[in-house]
Design a protein around this ligand. Sequence first.
Ligand code: M6P
Ligand code: ZN
Length: 185
Amino acid sequence: MIRAPIQVDLTTGELSGNGVQTTIRTLCHLQGIFRDEKSRQALEAEKVVYRVQAFHPVREGEEGGLFWGATSIEPGVVGDEYFMTKGHYHSQQNRGEYYLTIAGYGGLILMDQARKTVYQPMRPGSVHYVPAHTAHRVANTGGLVLTFLACWPSDAGYDYERIAAEGFSARLRKVSGVPTLVEDS
Ligand code: M6P
Ligand code: ZN
């Protein structure tokens, strides 16, 4: 079915139009995501960490379509770990994704099948390819809201359970004020 276009505000990354859905993730949704659980609990439970807007022109799980999204991560830390997304593998592991940074500064954290974790600095205009079979999460390392656009296959799906069970092998932490990828102990 041919769908009406939606709009991206190229300054803020905000999506608008028919079919755009918004999900808010507050600190209380992010139990077990950050290394320092005590610090997370000490912060305001209703504090917004990030917001995801998504446009699904076809049903989730349908083969052959593409989804479009905008994610805005607030500046902040839990302990010494930057505010970040939950992170996921795709349920259909052989599906990739693109990210395009619109505003702010951050890091895309990628972990391959061998649990090797790297991070790519994100800045306005940076385009990042998330390969298939690769866990991905984004952290806001700056003092402003970090906003990026994403495009991914409609049948990719989300595997959050594997992240909950195994985590990433490294975390992006603020060490002497500098974003540093630190192996998780
Ligand atoms: C990007 C895309 C979305 C994802 C969002 C937040 O916009 O990858 O599919 O939902 O980031 O990431 P997560 O689902 O891991 O919280
Ligand atoms: Zn994804």
